[in-house]
Design a protein around this ligand. Structure first.
Ligand SMILES: Cc1ncc(COP(=O)(O)O)c(C=O)c1O
Length: 314
């Protein structure tokens, strides 16, 4: 048993247990099959090398929130690594719609859309060995983030693993291989924390292993410059709602000094929207009240509602 198992462990992806997820149907290359029958080859490029891209999305009222933004990132990532999606965004939407319908899902759903370079002819690295077309898998689960996280918050530990430079593995790739982030999560766990706060190669505070990171100081919202971190859709939307509603927001370099002394800190991601940070390296953040994050959370919720209702009228 490791440190975190002994204490009250939590992550930003904690969801209420939903027994319906035991019987979900999963999309695998055009087929929609029961969860236990959903399989990919051991020769698959995703399994062998982490050679693939994915998107996490949320379904609200039968519509995918910020679908266009997710598809922009997905298609850009695939193009950048010469991964032929084999369809256009209408084809992806059709696969998502079929999977949601097969599962009778319309709300409080999280989806992981995954595309790999497909089955390899031989068990080696070169992409030319992936000859039979991509593998597309869609997992949709009934998923509501646990309410208790909004009160308790996430405990972060700063870790030794840093974000990479874009010329090694650009952090903007939502790639199947997340080993950099997984190592960071392990280091945080060993430090007795829930998740990892990662620095950039210059020592500035950057992001966490699975979410983007924001602080609030004297009423202003700060986040990293956007270099070295995932170009999170939720991050962009938080910046947008701040700008549209007169909340000062800065994308800038800052250090742990400013993070420890913040009035509030929170994480962003499609799964949990905005999740408060309780502490960093054992230091409590602020006095536990989070008025700015609460306002942003409400504004973000309203933006999601407008986005899905606009799609209903398309
Ligand atoms: C490392 C990392 N940071 C941040 C995010 C959040 O991105 P988004 O807001 O688009 O869900 C993700 C999600 O995939 C991620 O993997």
């Amino acid at each position: 048993m490791n440190t975190i198992d002994r204490i009250d462990s939590r992550t930003t992806h904690d969801a209420d247990e939903d027994i319906r997820n035991r019987d979900i149907k999963i999309y695998v290359n055009g087929e929609i099959v029961p969860r236990d029958e959903a399989k990919v080859s051991v020769y698959d490029s995703g399994f062998m090398l982490g050679d693939g891209m994915w998107e996490g999305m949320r379904l609200y009222k039968g519509k995918w929130a910020f679908f266009d933004e997710h598809m922009d990132r997905f298609f850009d990532s695939c193009k950048a690594v010469s991964l032929d999606v084999g369809t256009d965004r209408a084809g992806i939407l059709d696969a998502l719609t079929r999977t949601a319908e097969a599962n009778g899902m319309t709300d409080d759903v999280h989806c992981r859309l995954m595309l790999t370079r497909g089955v390899k002819a031989r068990p080696f690295q070169h992409p030319r060995l992936s000859r039979s077309g991509p593998t597309l898998v869609i997992i949709m689960e009934h998923s509501k983030p646990v309410d208790s996280l909004q009160g308790k918050g996430i405990r972060l530990a700063t870790v030794a693993q840093v974000r990479g430079l874009p010329m090694s593995q650009d952090a903007k790739y939502n790639s199947h291989s997340k080993l950099n982030c997984v190592i960071a999560a392990l280091q945080a766990e060993q430090a007795g924390a829930d998740e990892a706060l990662m620095l950039d190669p210059h020592g500035f505070v950057n992001t966490t292993n699975a979410c983007n990171f924001f602080i609030v100081r004297r009423g202003a919202v700060w986040t990293s410059t956007g270099d070295y971190c995932m170009n999170g859709v939720t991050r962009a939307k938080v910046i947008e709602v701040c700008r549209d509603n007169g909340i000062p927001v800065l994308e800038k370099n800052f250090s742990l000094y400013e993070a420890y002394g913040a009035d509030e800190a929170f994480l962003t991601g499609t799964f949990g929207a905005q999740t408060p940070v309780a502490s960093i390296d054992g230091k409590p953040i602020g006095d536990g009240t989070r008025p700015v994050m609460a306002r942003i959370r409400q504004l973000y919720k309203e933006l999601v509602e407008r986005n899905v209702s606009d799609q209903s009228h398309d």
